[in-house]
Each structure stands twice: as C-alpha cells, then as structure tokens.
Ligand binder design. Structure first.
Ligand code: PGD
Length: 753
C-alpha cells in the first residue's frame, strides 16, 4: 500500500508495476470522494498519449502552416520531436525575441511540488530568455484584482479565513451567497488529506446555527445544513445585498461605531443606497424587481442578519461573471455594516464552499518548491485575455489602472493546463489559436488543447513518477514514490525540459546537474526544519504532519487595534469607497459597490431570445477537465454526453423528457447534453458543468458534440478593472436534438498520418 495525493483527495493503492490494482481512500479521510476512481481507470485509456507527435501540416510546411485542430498527427521519436522543437525555439527567440513567446501556461496540472508543470515550464523558459506571462487565475481573476484595493491580498485572506471550527462554535446565521458547495470544497490545490465539507456544517447546525443558501441550485449546500434556499435571478446577488444594506442604513441597524473606526467611504456608498446619486432608492421593492425575491423576505432577512452573529460569505463563482466585482464588494460592505468583522464566527468570508483550504487553519510551514528562476520579460496579460492577445497584437487595453498593449505572440508553450477546457467562447479561441507560428503542449492525454497543438509531448501522470506534496493549508506532507511504470513513452516534464536544455546549451543552468530524485532530496534537505525526519526516513514513510494554527478569526488583530494591525489597503481600513478604483474612471467598476446589469441575465433584453440562464459551474465527477475519460466521470454521462439539469417545468414547456439528448444553443455556439430533470434547479435556469472535453463538429467548431459549455459562454471580461473570466453565467435556449446523435471523436486518439 502506498499513499498518493491528488487535488481531490488522498488514496492508498496497490500496483502490479503496470497499473493500480486496488485503490481506496486514505484511512484518515472522514469524507472520501469517489473521484479517486478516475485515476486508475484513465491511466491506460486509449486517449493517453503514448509517444511524441507533430501535426502533419506543421511538419510538411513549417511553422504557421494552416490546419491546426484539423490536421492529422505524425507519431515521431523523442529524438525527432526534441530536435524539431529546439530548432523552433531557437528560431523564435533569435528572430522575434522572448516577447514573442507566451509561456503563461495556466492550469491546475497535478499534485506534487517538484513535477508541478507550471514551475517546470517557467524555469525552462526563464533559462531560455524569458516569456510573456499571465497574472491572476480563472478561479478568482476578478477578486485577485479587487481585494487588494478594498480588503487585502486575496491569498493571504484565504489562508487566514476564520476557521470552520470557529464558525461551528460561534456563528448563529450563515448567509452564503453562492452556497457552500460540497463538491468544490472537496478540492484543494496540491492535495487534500481530510475532507471537511459536511462535518463542520453538521456541527454548526446541531448547535443551532441557521444556514441560508442564496443561489440558483438548491444542492449547492450540503443537506446537513438544512438550509433555507433563496434563489434570486442568477447574477443579481449584488442587488439583493444592496437592498439589505439599504434597510440596515434606513432603519439605523448599521453599526456606526464600527464603520467609523474600521472603514472608509461609507457615506459615499450610503448616498447611493439612499438614491441621492441616481434618484433610485435601493430598497426591498427595488431589489424584488431585479432579483425576484419578495420584498418582505428581504426586509425580514436584514433584521435577522442584524440580530444574530452572522457570517456573510460570497463564493468565488459570483465573481466569475460580468461585473463580478459587485457581489464581492457589496457583500463586504454589508458585513461591515453588521459590524462583526474580526469577531469569532461573524463578518465576511470569500470562498467557503469554493475550495477546501478556505477556513482550514493556516499551516505554519510552506513546503519545498522547485525554483522557477527570474523572468526578464515584464510583459504580461490578465490570464483570461488570451484570445484577445492572440487575435489583436499591438492593441492597447486597460487593466487595473494600467495602459497596456498586447504583445505579438509567435510561439505558445503549454504544460499542465487545458485552455480548450478553461477559456470561454471556444470557437473564438480556436480562431485565436490559428494565429501563432507554433504551439507546443505537454499533456498526458489527447485533450482538446493537445489536438490544437503542433508539437505534442506525452507527460507522465503523478502515479508514474517520484514526487512529494501537500495541499495549500493541508498539514499532511506526503512522499509520492512512483506507483507504476509510465504509460508508453511518456516522460516527466522535467526530463523533457532537461533534454531540451541540453540541446539548447543550458542544461547546467536548468538541471544544476541533478536528476529528479536528486532534486527531491536536495529540496527537502534545504528545507528541512529542525525536528523533522531526514529525507530517507521521510521517503520511506507515509507522510508527516506539519504544524497548523489552532483556530483563527479573520482580522481579529485588526479589530483589536487597527493602528497596530492596519489592513494592506491604501488607507489601512476596509474601503467601502475606494479612491484608487474611483480614480481609474471605469464606468463598469466605479468607486463603491453598485448594481450594474450584466450583459446576459434573465431580466435583460437578451433573455427574450435565450430565456434560460446557463450555470456553467465546476463538475461533480472530476476536477475541471481532468480525467474526464475516467470511470467515475464516465458513469455520470448520458449516452456519453455531459448531463444538463433543468427544472421539470422548463422541460415540460419545451416538450423535453429525462434522458433526452438536447441541444443547448445561443448566438456563439451550441452543444449536445443529456437531460436530467431536477427541481433543485431554479426555474429559468439550466446547469451544465464544465469539464466535458471539447469535441467540435468537423464542419462547425462552435458546435460541441460532447457538452462543453464554453462553446456557449462569452469571452467578455468581468470589467476593465480586473479583466477576469466570466464563464459562470450565460443565456441559452434548449431544444430537442433532432436526428442521429453524432459519434464522439474526443474519446479516441486523433487521426495519425
Ligand atoms: P484542468 O482540467 O485542471 O483545467 O482550467 P485548467 O486548465 O486548470 O487542466 C489541467 C491539464 O493539465 C489537464 O489536461 C491535465 O491532463 C494536465 N496535466 C495534469 N498533470 C500534468 C503534468 O504533470 N504535466 C503536464 N504536462 N500536464 C499535466 C481550470 C479553470 O477553468 C479554472 S481553475 C476555473 S475556476 C474556471 N472555471 C470555469 C467556470 O466556472 N465556468 C466556465 N465556463 N469555465 C471555467 N473555466 C475555468
């Protein structure tokens, strides 16, 4: 039995050297996840990449040859692939410089710190001369930018959120905007040892804590919460929060001493709530028109929140939307008005129910990391602007007060991510991906991204290599010795870069003369704090428990003494009005929280033609697109298609029945999906999770035969401020699919020549 980490859980397994023969959850995990089944079943799936491949058009006609995404691939030897690749890298760096190389390579890759794909590719490209990078993430791209202006650095805040144990002990009312999704909090970047999605909620509920889940899906909170479900029109949470704030203000329920001492700009915000700036009082009737929540319920809720130890928590999904800053900022303003920030169990949270590490006690020690070196190139893009960058080189744009220009990219290098999973408007992305001279991808599988590359290099999975790792804020630091031989000719990203760096003449700089095993020992020895075992003992063991904080209350020290412990915002206070943001003059993100109509919502004109709001959320049966071919993920499909959930009433109005293969459409594209009827979905809403591998129709790239919602979502930034991804919500119509259900191509390897 060996212990092994994934982002979605820790498992113990037995292997015969070729494959895992038994897999079971780690014995310390109180709430194990079935997702671990995907690992063993995917390892030797026919979509594993067994050897290097080069796109035929690129091989025959050279860089820039058309046909990317359509051409067959030519299987080649490692020697040929690395010769071709090193020659092309030399050409691009010599002719166009490092500013012509996009090495952002966004993606979650795998657990395990040394073989962390982004660290590997970034170190390699840094040795080569640098690269254009990305900033922020698809998860939190809007909050990444907003939070430092109004509350503090987001990652620090996530790591120091009030612990779930404190909430279980002290909170009387949790108002969870966006819910507390157990499927999301089961995942922690880097790995999770003990899942806690349900235990703390049960404990809080047993003590008498009430939960209110605000969102379009009733099951976005665990049943143990016995929650009241409020289902506003999707995308209107900010209006609901503003009305709650208006009631607190008008009825003098707001905590004035708290606002005076710990915040700035409340009066500017209050003028807006009172209708002095635009003639519209943001009262309960106003919010009822927008949200569909009865004014009476809004009024009562404001009183309930003011009368209890209340935690206002906002999920990350709410900021992954057009004007996604507003629900986060309005939620913070509301919590500030309640005056409980810094008190045990009260105040503000961001991301409970979005990822496992939020609300876990901070880990005292970071774990060893593979150094990435220094990037000499300063040019970057906000991560979700990739298609704009490729399509519009030289075009100026604004971001967070900066005036920037898109670089002219000739070569794209990706390892550990799947843009044809994570990006929006995939038909547009495909057009963008046709622009560069060369696209290089390392992956273990024939994902849609590898199918849109020119040079495809097969990477190992974690079970095929030696590594170590621990999740963010997770105490268990685990040795991860290889459990099986690699599939086919797959190589570790490190081995690929080591050989390439040899060919390019900087092997010494990249490898420092170490093998992967020697790096593990070196990184561990360099890091080992006193009292921890030596490397050999660690490697032979089942993992060590690192110390964590006992309990924590977010901003308790700031509350105790704001002079001694100011926030890292420009004023050191919570900024309900931000002079900095206001000074940028962005009409789509002014200086305080406001209600701004999203481009696509059920109350807007676009809903006349597309009357269903599609929620494109995180999947239950896999992490993002990872191991979609695995047994557990496949067991949830309907005739091989991703399931879409619809309220029975909406299905009946369209003559649709459970199990039907339906076509989801809007002006950007369409996809097939298998229909599930479920009254846990708000009427007017459809839910299709992300993660089905994009399977474009050969004649129409905007039609996905498998069920990837990103053919439907808009490549529209959340705002000029953050330029974040808005993949969560889009408007669609759903129709019966007529004719034969086309075969899937993405579950087979691509054609070879
Ligand atoms: P993954 O499926 O995790 O998706 O986007 P991301 O690109 O992270 O992709 C990781 C890829 O890395 C997989 O193809 C996997 O096989 C590969 N891989 C794993 N390990 C290794 C390795 O060691 N080496 C190499 N070379 N490859 C490896 C996720 C992104 O999607 C995120 S974080 C979010 S939150 C977004 N959410 C939404 C959303 O809510 N709605 C929509 N519509 N779209 C979204 N997209 C975003």
């Amino acid at each position: 039995m060996a212990t092994h980490l994934t982002h979605w859980g820790t498992f113990e397994s037995v292997s015969d050297g070729e494959r895992l023969t038994a897999v079971r959850p780690w014995r310390g995990d109180p709430e194990p996840m079935p997702l671990i089944e995907n690992v063993a079943s995917a390892q030797h799936h026919r979509t594993r990449i067994a050897q290097p491949h080069v796109r035929k058009g690129w091989l025959d006609h050279g860089p820039g040859a058309p046909g990317r995404g359509d051409d067959p691939f030519v299987p080649v030897s490692w020697e040929t692939a690395l010769e071709l690749l090193s020659g092309e890298l030399r050409r691009v760096y010599d002719e166009h410089g490092a500013e012509a190389v996009y090495g952002g390579s966004y993606g979650w890759a795998s657990a395990g710190r040394f073989h962390h794909a982004q660290s590997q590719v970034h170190r390699f490209l840094n040795c080569l001369g640098g690269y254009v990078r990305h900033v922020n993430s698809y998860s939190m791209g809007t909050s990444n930018v907003l939070m430092p202006h109004i509350l503090g650095e987001l990652h620090w805040m996530i790591g120091h959120s009030t612990t779930k144990t404190v909430i279980a002990e002290h909170t009387e009312l949790v108002v969870a905007f966006g819910g507390l999704s157990p499927k999301n909090s089961a995942v922690t970047p880097g790995g999770v040892s003990r899942h806690h999605s349900r235990g703390w909620v049960s404990a809080a509920h047993a003590r008498g804590c009430r939960f209110i889940s605000v969102g379009p899906l009733r099951d976005d909170i665990t049943a143990e919460a016995d929650a009241e479900w409020l289902a506003p029109r999707p995308g209107t949470d900010a209006a609901l929060m503003l009305a709650l704030a208006q009631i607190l203000d008008a009825e003098e329920l707001a905590d004035k001493p708290f606002l005076d001492k710990y915040t700035v700009g409340f009066e500017r915000f209050a003028e807006y709530l009172r209708g002095r700036t635009d003639g519209v009082v943001k009262n309960a009737q106003w919010a009822e028109q927008i949200t569909g929540i009865p004014a009476e319920r809004i009024r009562a809720l404001a009183h309930e929140m003011a009368g209890a130890r209340t935690l206002v928590t906002v999920s990350w999904s709410l900021q992954r939307a057009h004007h996604g800053e507003q629900p986060v900022w309005a939620g913070l303003a509301l919590a500030a008005m309640l005056g409980q920030i810094g008190l045990p169990g009260g105040g503000f949270g961001h991301g409970y129910g979005s990822a496992g590490m939020v609300g876990e006690p901070a880990r005292g020690l970071s774990i060893p990391r593979f150094p990435q070196g220094h990037n000499r190139i300063e040019t970057f893009i906000p991560v979700a602007r990739i298609a704009d960058m490729l399509l519009e080189p030289g075009t100026p744009y604004e971001y967070n007060g900066l005036h920037l220009r898109y670089p002219d990219i000739r070569l794209v290098y990706w390892a550990g991510g799947n843009p044809f999973h994570h990006h929006q408007d995939l038909a547009r992305l495909r057009t963008a991906f046709a622009r560069p001279d060369t696209i290089v991808v390392h992956d273990a599988f024939w994902t849609a991204t590898t199918r849109h590359a020119d040079i495809v290099l097969p990477a190992t999975m974690t079970i095929e290599r030696d590594d170590f790792g621990a999740g963010e804020n997770d105490p268990l630091f685990v040795p991860m010795p290889a459990l099986t031989r690699p599939h086919g000719q797959a190589r570790d990203d490190y081995a690929i870069f080591a050989e390439l760096s040899e060919k390019l003449g900087f092997a010494k700089e990249f490898t420092e003369g170490r093998t992967a095993q020697e790096w593990l020992r070196h990184l561990y020895d360099e890091w080992r704090p006193e009292g921890l075992p030596d490397f050999d003992t660690f490697w032979a063991g089942e993992g060590i428990e690192l110390p964590v904080a006992a309990e924590q209350v977010l901003f308790a020290d700031f509350r105790a003494d704001p002079e001694q412990h100011p926030l890292t915002t420009p004023t050191g206070r919570i900024e309900i009005f931000s002079e900095t943001i206001d000074s940028f003059g962005y009409s789509d993100c002014p200086g305080h929280p406001v209600w701004l109509e999203p481009a696509e919502w059920l109350g807007g004109p676009a809903s006349q033609r597309f009357p269903l709001q599609l929620i494109a959320n995180q999947p239950r049966s896999k992490l993002h697109s990872q191991l979609d071919v695995g047994a557990h993920s496949q067991s949830t499909k309907i005739a091989g298609r991703e399931p879409v959930r619809l309220h029975p009433q909406d299905a009946a109005a369209r003559g649709l029945r459970a199990g039907d293969i339906v076509r989801i459409v809007n002006d950007r594209g369409s996809c097939l999906a298998g229909l599930i009827l479920d009254d846990a979905v708000r009427p007017g809403v459809a839910q299709l999770s992300t993660g089905a591998w994009y399977d474009p129709d050969p004649d129409d790239a905007s039609f996905c035969r498998h069920g990837n919602p990103n053919v439907l979502t808009a490549d529209r930034p959340s705002s000029t401020l953050s330029q974040g991804c808005t993949g969560q919500l889009t408007l669609v119509e759903i129709q019966a699919h007529r004719g034969e259900v086309p075969e899937l191509a993405v579950s087979r390897p691509p054609a070879t020549a």
